[in-house]
Design a binder for this molecule. Structure first.
Ligand code: ZN
Length: 840
């Protein structure tokens, strides 16, 4: 037999999928509190269509006895695989039994231990996506070898075990131990198999409602929050079953809150895990936070159909499940919260993030070529989570709502409990709509990058004589995207005129517009149906900037603020003009989400795009405004938004005084009960700014909040200390997976790289880049992106920019890491250009 390959190459997966079928796993685990491993046994039944060399995947663990078809057999363990001896396999059914011991740790392993410092209890949970099931037990770890799993877990008797299927029985195994046996699952992929164990408490949502589980120490806090979660889940289940014309695909559905989970949520079939912090807010929540949590809940729920019932064949089609889950989450919530302007929120929460990546040299197509599953982690990011749903919204606009829905129904019906590829979905849409989507799919799915769409128009007297749209690739290639958009003509005293335009070539003369009354301004992506950079022409921009304050349509106002910000990032508009417009209009802005995004851009511009002198001149005005709005705004949500803005912007003694008064209780935001992380964020801000009373505030907070969370936040706050020894100590800990739980480190990366400490952290930039290969292999999916963003965004200078580009030019980094660096350095490149173009 040839040498076993590293990782799981696509060729190996294809060959196995042609050879192996009817897979069933019988799995037993024994969980021991405090142990650094779990022992287990797996019985794998499968059919072989032909005999020959066969690899199972298993890495990091230890293999004990192996039996193939009843006979003890030696196996070769190499490069994360077990080579099964071909002579002991036969055509038809085979049974392989393996005893194994797999590692458990608080970080760096797919079976993770959480130590609850609040009550000294312990929890163990799994997280296998994309290919880590094979770090927990021997298996065929590829999404298109779906299998039925029959699990039993032996654990302390006070523990509750939750898995994909309903519990079949629970019996005493030995003194103080209980064995929980689960029913066999329907066919699911290995990455969707999971269990969680520990002193969880079940929070009933009422008769017929799906249940949620939380760790015992947070039950009191969880109970009121979980009621809304369960309500949204129940409504979502009905909505999706109806929309997809497919009943809920699994026998039960539970939600398990996992503290410190590496993602917001993970859609294990029948048992979604949600990051506890995403549900039980650590800061005082606004209405937007609550709606975002609803979206998270619905996203994971939509996956039960899109991802779990029908699964991508390989992770190059990751976008299929993520794009749809995100798009469908908004679709569902819009149906039961029609007053919440969900499509405006869709724009706010996904489009700017997508455009920010998609206009960089590091961007990738939605479809990402993944020759080996060990590179699949890199496929996760804004392209998949933000561009893909944005492109699907555009597709629904192109096809029409009904045909879009019918295409989805057909696709889910044809591939239920099996696997499919994007081409299957395109075929389903083509078959219901009877139109060719070949070019559409080629450009939006296969090619990378995005269009910039420009408008040109002119009037004679009172009437429009000409309006045309033209597109070009934001990255400078000659690509042309097929698209449909809605252009709006705005008038002072008349209703706006909306025109639907199909733009399939480089330019399009909008004949329908000629003869209409001359508008005040034109915007070419009204209602955000299209995907791309839509800047305002010079005349429209001037008009929009002078009339933004009296623009009643909130969705349009949001899009125009977004478009102006794109102009700043494209260095067409002076960042000071944006900041000044914000200073003028923010006091009158009544929409919480829009105010929040404008304030975030203002903070970014002040900390990155303008000189220190300009910042020092402008910040006191914002501090005063924030303090006033935080106390006086009639809207609770706005008071919270302004309070957060003050934390982010305060730097003068007067501004920092306000934070100290809030911490000490001398001052309070009316009707807002600050939560633990609100307080720690203020402490972190004081530490980062080197406030003379920061150490006292830190110590007082640590004493007042001895909880497990408190220790995590204290760790993050201390990373902000502007001292060389602190930075050195932290950086060394970052490189060791055994130093702290992964979410502690992630929580601290941005305070380590505080915007005002770039001189102190500059020397770590190169080391942070050099650590990338290690981070890629040791850390969970989103860690690497956060790492790069934190270290690169901590810098604003051309020297730091040169450092990153020098690294790209000289170091040997794989293509995938190179793209990630190009993606992250784009913001620094823009910063340098903007600072150069708009000096004081
Ligand atoms: Zn997802």
């Amino acid at each position: 037999m040839a040498q076993a390959p590293e990782g799981i190459p696509r060729d190996l997966a294809r060959e196995r999928a042609g050879q192996v079928s009817e897979v069933r796993y019988g799995l037993s685990f024994v969980l021991t509190p405090g142990a650094s491993n779990v022992s287990g046994e797996v019985e794998i039944r499968f059919n072989l269509s032909r005999t020959g060399p066969l690899l199972l995947d298993y890495r990091e663990g230890r293999v004990g006895s192996v039996q193939i078809n009843g006979a003890a057999t030696p196996v070769v363990v190499e490069n994360g695989h077990l080579e099964l001896f071909p002579g002991s396999l036969r055509r038809g059914e085979n049974v392989v039994r393996i005893q194994f011991v797999s590692p458990v740790a608080t970080a760096g392993t797919p079976i993770t231990r959480f130590e609850d410092r609040d009550d000294d209890s312990e929890y163990i949970y799994t997280l296998f996506v994309p290919m880590d099931a094979s770090m927990a037990f021997p298996c065929f770890d590829q999404p298109d070898l779906k299998a039925r799993f029959k699990l039993d877990v032996t654990a302390p008797e006070s523990w509750t075990v939750i898995s994909n299927a309903p519990e079949e029985s629970a019996t005493d195994a030995s003194p103080q131990q209980r064995r929980t046996v689960f029913e066999e699952t329907r066919p699911i992929s290995t990455y969707l198999f999971a269990f969680a164990a520990g002193p969880f408490r079940k929070l009933e949502g009422g008769p017929g409602m799906p249940a949620a589980y939380a760790r015992q120490s947070v039950v009191e806090r969880a109970t009121p929050e979980v009621a809304r979660l369960e309500r949204v889940t129940a409504r979502g289940m009905d909505y999706f079953a109806d929309y997809f014309a497919q009943p809920f695909p699994f026998p039960k559905y539970d939600t398990v809150l996992i503290p410190g989970l590496a993602y917001g949520g993970m859609e294990h079939a029948g048992a979604t895990f949600l990051r506890e912090e995403s549900v039980l807010f650590r800061t005082a929540p606004t209405n937007t936070d609550l709606l975002r949590r609803d979206i998270l809940v619905l996203h994971e729920l939509a996956h039960q159909w899109f991802g779990d019932l029908v699964t991508m064949r390989w992770f190059d089609d990751l976008w299929l499940k993520e794009g749809f889950a995100q798009y469908m989450a908004f679709h569902a919530l819009d149906s039961f919260e029609p007053g919440e302007d969900l499509w405006k929120r869709f724009y706010e929460s996904i489009k700017p993030a997508a455009y920010a990546i998609d206009s960089t040299a590091g961007t990738t197509p939605i479809y990402q070529d993944i020759p080996n599953l060990q590179d699949a982690k890199s496929a996760y990011g804004a392209i998949v989570y933000s561009k893909a749903p944005g492109v699907l919204k555009q597709l629904a606009f192109v096809l029409g709502a009904e045909q879009f829905r019918d295409g989805l129904r057909l696709y889910l019906k044809e591939h239920a409990y099996a696997n499919a590829e994007w081409a299957d979905l395109v075929r389903a849409f083509e078959s219901v709509s009877r139109q060719s989507l070949r070019n559409w799919a080629e450009m939006w799915i296969r090619r990378r990058g995005m269009p910039q769409v420009d408008v040109a128009w002119s009037c004679e007297g009172d009437h429009l004589t000409h309006l045309s749209l033209s597109q070009r690739d934001a990255l400078g290639t000659r690509d042309v995207w097929p698209m449909a958009t809605q252009v709006v003509l705005d008038y002072a005293n008349d209703n706006p005129v909306r025109i639907r335009v199909g733009l399939n070539g480089r330019t399009m003369d909008v004949r329908e517009a000629a003869g209409k009354l001359c508008p005040r301004f034109v915007f070419a992506n009204d209602q955000d149906y299209a995907y791309g950079r839509f800047l305002l022409d010079a005349r429209s921009r001037e008009e929009v900037m002078s009339r933004m304050g009296s623009m009643p349509d909130l969705f349009r106002r949001t899009l125009l603020w977004g478009s102006l910000w794109e102009s700043v990032r494209e260095s067409q508009l002076d960042p000071r003009a944006y900041i000044e417009l914000a200073a003028k209009l923010l006091p009158g802005e009544s929409d919480e989400a829009l105010a929040r995004s404008i304030l975030a851009r203002v903070a970014g511009a002040l900390h990155r795009y303008v000189s220190d002198e300009t910042r020092r001149r402008l910040v006191p005005g914002f501090e005063t405004l924030a303090a006033k709005q935080m106390m006086e705004s009639p809207d609770l949500n706005l008071r919270i938004v302004w309070f957060r803005a003050l934390q982010g912007l305060a730097e003068t003694p007067a501004g920092l005084r306000q934070l100290k008064d809030l911490l000490s209780g001398q001052m309070a935001v009316p009707d807002v009960e600050l939560r633990a992380l609100d307080r720690w964020n203020m402490v972190t801000a004081l530490v980062a700014m080197g406030d003379p009373e920061a150490a006292a505030a830190f110590n007082a907070e640590l004493q007042g909040d001895p909880s497990g969370d408190g220790q995590k936040y204290a760790y993050a706050a201390e990373a902000a200390r502007p001292h060389p020894e602190t930075k050195q100590k932290y950086f060394q800990e970052y490189l060791r997976t055994d130093s702290h739980p992964e979410d502690w480190i992630e929580q601290s990366l941005f305070s380590f790289n505080s915007w005002n400490q770039s001189e102190l952290t500059a020397s770590y930039l190169k080391q942070a880049l050099e650590a990338l290969p290690q981070i890629k292999s040791d850390r969970k999916i989103f860690f690497l992106g956060n790492w790069l963003d934190a270290f690169i965004y901590g810098q604003q200078s051309s020297a730091a920019q040169a450092e990153v580009h020098r690294y790209l030019d000289t170091a040997r980094v794989d293509r995938d890491l190179r793209l990630k660096i190009l993606e992250a350095v784009d913001e620094l490149d823009r910063t340098v250009v903007i600072r150069h173009k708009f000096p004081d």
